[in-house]
Design a protein around this ligand. Structure first.
Ligand SMILES: Cc1ncc(COP(=O)(O)O)c(C=O)c1O
Length: 408
C-alpha cells in the first residue's frame, strides 16, 4: 500500500500543454503563438551572437573553475544588474541601500521575494496582483501560508486598454500596507503599460496606503527598446522614497532561458536594513538550493560589464524590440486586408512580447482545433510567433474564427 495512493494528476499549466500539442501536430501550416520566448524573422529561437562570443571566451579561460558560487551569486553580475535597473548614478546604489542576490531566473527571484515577504514583512496578508497577470504569480502566492492572492483591476475589455481608475480604486480599497506586484514594463499578458503620468498616480496611491511595491521585471528593453525608458517606472518609485523589491529575469533580454539567470534587488531605507534583509534572503536561498549556477551569471556579467560586449548586447535588444514591432504590423496589416471585423489598432498600441487580442475562448478554441493556430484561451498571443510568412494565414484564421465560432 503506497502512502501516495491519494495523489491525483494535476493539469500542466495551459501554456505547456498547448505547446506540447503544437509540437506533436503534423499540420504543415501550424503556428505556435503560445510560448513567451523570442523568435527571429524565420520563426526560430535566437542565440544572441554576443552570448556565443561570451561562451567561447569562457570556455577558453583557464582561470575559471567549477567551485560553488556564494549564496548570493556572482557579485560582478548582481552589481551590474542593479545598476542596469536603478541607473548608473543611482542614489540607492551610492548609499549602499540597494542590495542584490543572483537568482534562478525571474521565477526564482519572485519565489525568494515572496518567501522573504511572507516571513518578514509585518502583517503580510494580501498580495495584490493585476487582473490578468502571469499565471505563475497566483501559483506562487497561493502556496504561501496565511497570505491571500488578491487581484486589482488592470485591463478594461471595453476599451482594450489600461483601467487606471479601476486600479487606483482597488489599491485604495485594499488593506493598508498590502504588497502590490507591478509589472515594470511590457505587461504580460496584456502588452499594456501605464504612461509615466499614470505611474505617478499609482505611486501616489501606494504611498498614501503604505503599500509595498514588488516589481516583476522580465522584459526590460522589450517595451521601448531602451533600458532606461523601461526602468523609468521603478526609478520613479525609487525617487519617491519607497522601499521595494525588483525581480529581474535575463531569460528574454539575453536569450538565456534555460540558464536560469535572474537577480532580486532589495532597496531599503538604510544600508543596515538592506544588508540585514539580504542576509535573511541568503538563508532562504541556502534552504532551497544553497547557491546559484555560474554559467549564465558569467555570460550575463560579461555582456553587462565589458564595454564592447555591452554595446553588442544593447543592439541585440534593440533588434528584438524592432522585430516584435514589425510582427505587430504584419498581423495588423493582414487582419485589415482580410477584412476581419474589428479595428485591431490595439495590436499596434500594445507593446512587449504579447498581445491581448480580445478573441473569445470559443474563437481561440476554433483557431486551435480547425486552423492549428495555438494560442492561450484568454486570447493572449506571443507576437514573436508571427512572421511575414504566416501573418496572412493567421489573419484569415482569425477572420474565420470571428465569423464561425459558436459562443456558449
Ligand atoms: C511576467 C513574468 N514574470 C516573470 C517571468 C519569469 O521568467 P523566467 O523565470 O523564465 O525568468 C515571466 C516569464 O514568462 C513573465 O512573463
Amino acid at each position: 500500500m503506497s502512502a501516495f495512493s491519494e495523489v491525483n494528476y494535476v493539469d500542466l499549466p495551459a501554456v505547456f500543454a498547448l505547446s506540447a500539442r503544437h509540437d506533436a501536430d503534423p499540420h504543415p501550416e501550424k503556428v505556435k503563438l503560445t510560448v513567451g520566448a523570442y523568435r527571429n524573422e524565420a520563426g526560430k529561437p535566437w542565440v544572441l551572437p554576443v552570448v556565443k562570443k561570451a561562451e567561447s571566451m569562457l570556455a577558453a579561460d583557464e582561470t575559471l573553475n567549477k567551485e560553488y558560487l556564494s549564496m548570493g551569486g556572482l557579485q560582478s553580475f548582481t552589481d551590474a544588474a542593479t545598476r542596469l535597473v536603478l541607473g548608473e548614478n543611482s542614489r540607492l546604489v551610492n548609499e549602499d541601500r540597494a542590495v542584490a542576490l543572483q537568482t534562478l531566473s525571474g521565477t526564482g527571484a519572485l519565489h525568494v521575494a515572496f518567501q522573504f515577504i511572507s516571513q518578514f514583512y509585518p502583517g503580510c496578508k494580501d498580495i495584490l496582483v493585476s487582473n490578468p497577470s502571469w499565471g505563475n504569480h497566483k501559483l506562487m502566492i497561493d502556496r504561501l501560508p496565511g497570505v491571500n492572492f488578491v487581484q486589482y483591476a488592470y485591463y478594461d475589455p471595453e476599451t482594450m486598454g489600461f483601467d487606471l481608475e479601476g486600479m487606483c480604486r482597488d489599491l485604495e480599497a485594499a488593506q493598508d500596507g498590502s504588497v502590490v506586484v507591478l509589472h515594470a514594463c511590457a505587461h504580460n499578458p496584456t502588452g499594456i503599460d501605464p504612461t509615466m503620468e499614470q505611474w505617478l498616480k499609482i505611486a501616489e496611491v501606494c504611498k498614501k496606503k503604505s503599500h509595498f511595491p514588488l516589481f516583476d521585471l522580465a522584459y526590460l528593453g522589450y517595451a521601448s527598446g531602451s533600458f532606461d525608458q523601461d526602468a523609468a517606472s521603478i526609478r520613479l518609485f525609487a525617487d519617491l522614497g519607497f522601499e521595494f523589491i525588483v525581480c529581474q529575469s535575463f531569460a528574454k533580454i539575453m536569450g538565456l532561458y534555460c540558464e536560469r539567470i535572474g537577480c532580486m534587488i532589495f532597496a531599503g531605507q538604510t544600508a543596515e536594513i538592506s544588508h540585514k534583509c539580504l542576509s535573511q534572503m541568503k538563508i532562504i536561498v541556502r534552504s532551497i538550493y544553497s547557491n546559484p549556477p555560474a554559467h549564465g551569471a558569467r555570460i550575463a556579467s560579461m555582456c553587462l560589464n565589458n564595454r564592447d560586449m555591452r554595446a553588442e548586447w544593447e543592439d541585440c535588444v534593440k533588434e528584438m524590440h524592432a522585430r516584435i514591432r514589425r510582427s505587430r504590423s504584419y498581423l495588423h496589416t493582414a487582419l485589415k486586408t482580410a477584412n476581419a471585423p474589428g479595428s485591431w489598432d490595439h495590436i499596434l498600441a500594445q507593446n512587449g512580447m504579447f498581445s491581448y487580442t480580445g478573441l473569445t475562448k470559443a474563437q481561440c478554441e476554433l483557431l486551435i482545433e480547425k486552423h492549428h493556430v495555438y494560442l492561450l484561451k484568454s486570447g493572449r498571443i506571443s507576437m514573436c510567433g508571427i512572421t511575414q510568412e504566416n501573418a496572412k494565414y493567421v489573419a484569415n484564421a482569425i477572420h474565420d474564427a470571428i465569423l464561425n465560432a459558436k459562443e456558449n
